[in-house]
Structure formats: C-alpha cells, structure tokens
Design a protein. Structure first.
Length: 117
C-alpha cells in the first residue's frame, strides 16, 4: 500500500502501489506540460464512502511513497486513459485498470493519448 502525500500539509492519500505508479506517470505527464487539473477518487467506505478531489499544478508539493521496492509493469492504455481524463472539465478520474471506466476505492489513511511527451 503506497501513499500520495499532497500539499504543504502533507495530506496522506493511500493507494495500492500499482495504482500509485500509474497515477505518478499520469500526473508527471501533466505537470511536465505545465498543466493544472483536479485529481478525483472514490473514498473507502471507512472514511465515508464519498468522493474526494485535490487541485494539482506545477507548484503543488507531491510525494509518492511506495510500500514495495519493485516498480510494477506499466499498462500504457491505463496511463493514457488517466492523462486524457485529466484534460476534461471533471479532471483526472482515477479509473480502474480492469474496466478503465469505474474509479477504484482508496484505502483508509492518512491530447492524443500519447503520454510520453
């Protein structure tokens, strides 16, 4: 279980390492382009089973912390879907890898689809 620490207050958002790795690539792609966006995810029912969102821009403090030492194999289609969703008015919707249309639940705790630009 990895953690995305957001902002100067270090809001801790827990995700599975595989999800976090794909999220890191998608966020990095957007930030390299100097693009701002909302990041949205569905909360775990232990923290209310609602939805959460944060604003991300080039000056946002982010720290991706993984529990495992090995970087997972990357699904480029999943990363592309995340990057494309970040460019919509709703922002980056954390899509599930299996269906690429349903957002995964987080754990309790603290252009053309080419993402390689």
């Amino acid at each position: 279980m990895g953690t995305l620490f957001y902002g100067a207050g270090r809001l801790a958002i827990a995700f599975e390492d595989r999800v976090l790795a794909h999220l890191q690539i998608a966020v990095g792609t957007k930030l390299r382009r100097q693009e701002t966006f909302m990041l949205n995810w569905r909360d775990n029912e232990t923290v209310g089973d609602g939805r959460s969102a944060v604003w991300i821009g080039p000056h946002t403090d982010l720290h991706f912390k993984y529990s495992g030492s090995r970087f997972p194999e990357i699904n480029r289609e999943w990363v592309n879907a995340l990057v494309v969703s970040a460019s919509t008015p709703l922002g980056l919707q954390l899509l599930d890898e299996g269906s690429l249309d349903a957002p995964p639940t987080t754990k309790p705790g603290s252009n053309n689809g080419n993402f390689a630009s």
